[in-house]
Design a protein around this ligand. Structure first.
Ligand code: HEM
Length: 415
């Protein structure tokens, strides 16, 4: 079985994000596991084939999310030196293993199920329309700052039931988090995180300002065996929804728009056949792979796995972008094909930590793709987009477009 340490692999740079496929091919050739020294976290085994990524994420017996369950005290020590308002966030369910994870996921699932995605679609379309209204009359815009960043933030704020006047404050507070790829960036983000956590605690209390029919209200009401979330767990869950749902969806939308505008025939096909939208969104999820890499997993015991010996505490992550372009699973994986079906991509992960917001993200992308090209049918790229240097997220910094002529401002709604 091949395994490799490929220290020369560039998985952070803007150049990699602009065109990741050749590097992803090299990773898989060296796979199924490649060892990389990652910023902050250190030596990590990356699962780079579809099979190895999927096996890693589904194997909850051998791999833990919480390093404490694999004998490491590092996280525990780190939490002790962080301000308590920040360490509260470590109680979020993505960092836990079962049974703790199952309890928290059960509570948030209850809250999510109170409103189906179909009931949220008019709200999403409304927000998209309002943001597009602001673009009218302009010819050259940066879709990243003027649209793609705004939409998921406004949607999650509305879904939670936060007062509208507070939405812009979140953008500022959370702004520091979008490039947390270095210790310095994380330290700089701490003041913003503290403000968010304090605000969320305040607003979640009875009479604190959150709409009673929003997700915060539903999270407060959710109970399993008569037990609801603690105040800390609630703040941490809401923060997780922001952190997990905003950047990811922003980069699905911007990456998807870029892919569509760079493939004229595919765009024409999508526009002439609206029924293709759901599978077009799936292809954008696969092709863009906005979350390129999962959170780390830790080997809970010494073991042989995928043909190699590993030690308890060894760190792993699934490199989803490599799995999603594995020719063993997808024909012509570097082609953008909006009719690709089936499309079993791993962009939302798999196993018990499978993305909670997958339906919301799909709905947002579908609504945006439909409404933006209906409003600006001649929209085209006006320059190459710029990409962030980032680990694990395929993040665009700017998406300059020419909006061209406008054809009126109101369009019939399909959603
Ligand atoms: C394009 C958009 C999105 C992508 C690509 C994405 C991707 C992912 C991935 C890969 C994971 C698993 C991470 C791991 O196993 O380490 C995950 C988990 C999660 N996602 Fe998403 N996500 C997206 C949107 C959202 C949205 C909109 C929300 C919520 C509003 C959300 C909430 C979550 C939560 C709470 C988890 C943790 C689930 C758990 O631990 O049980 N995500 N997401």
């Amino acid at each position: 079985m091949r395994t490799a340490s490929t220290s020369s692999l560039d998985i952070l740079s803007a150049t990699f994000h602009a065109n990741p496929f050749s590097t992803l091919d090299r990773m898989r050739t060296a796979g199924p596991l490649v060892r990389q020294k990652l910023p902050i976290v250190g030596n990590t085994w990356l699962a780079v084939t579809y099979e190895a990524s999927s096996a890693l994420l589904k194997d909850h017996e051998n791999f833990a999310r919480d390093p404490g369950n694999a004998g490491s005290k590092t996280q525990e020590r780190l939490l002790k030196i962080l301000p308590s308002t920040v360490s509260v966030l470590a109680t979020n369910m993505l960092g836990h293993d079962d049974p703790e994870h199952r309890r928290l996921r059960g509570l948030v699932d209850q809250a999510f199920q109170r409103r189906t995605i179909d009931t949220l679609k008019p709200m999403i379309a409304n927000i998209a329309d309002r943001l597009l209204d602001k673009l009218e009359g302009k010819t050259e815009v940066d879709l990243m700052s003027d649209f793609c960043r705004e939409l998921p933030l406004s949607v999650i704020c509305a879904m939670l039931g936060l007062p509208e006047r507070d939405h812009h404050r979140f953008k500022n507070w959370l702004g520091g988090l979008k490039d947390a790829a270095s210790i310095g960036a994380i330290i700089r983000a701490i003041p913003g995180i503290i403000k968010v956590v304090r605000y969320l605690r305040r607003v979640s209390r009875p009479g604190g300002g959150a709409a009673p029919d929003g997700l915060i209200g539903a999270l407060c009401d959710a109970k399993i065996d008569g037990e609801s979330m603690s105040e800390d767990e609630l703040a941490s869950m809401i923060f997780l929804l922001f952190a997990a749902g905003q950047e990811t969806t922003t980069h699905l939308i911007s990456g998807g728009l870029f892919a569509l505008m760079s493939h004229e025939q595919q765009l024409l096909q999508m526009r002439s056949n609206p029924h293709l939208m759901p599978i077009c969104v799936e292809e954008c999820l696969r092709y863009v792979s906005p979350v390129q890499m999962t959170k780390p997993r830790f080997a809970v015991r010494d073991m042989t796995w995928q043909g190699r010996r590993y030690k308890r505490g060894d760190m792993f992550a699934a490199f989803l972008a490599a799995a999603n372009s594995d020719p063993a699973k997808f024909d012509n994986p570097s082609d953008f094909d909006i009719t690709r079906h089936p499309n079993p991509h791993l962009s939302f992960g798999t196993g018990v930590h499978f993305c909670l917001g997958f339906q919301l993200a799909r709905a947002e992308a579908g609504i945006v793709f439909e409404r933006i090209f209906a409003r600006f049918p001649d929209m085209r790229l006006s320059a190459e987009p710029k990409w962030h240097k980032r680990l694990g997220i395929r993040a665009m910094a700017s998406l300059p477009v020419h909006l061209a002529e406008m054809r009126g401002s109101r369009y019939p709604r399909r959603w």
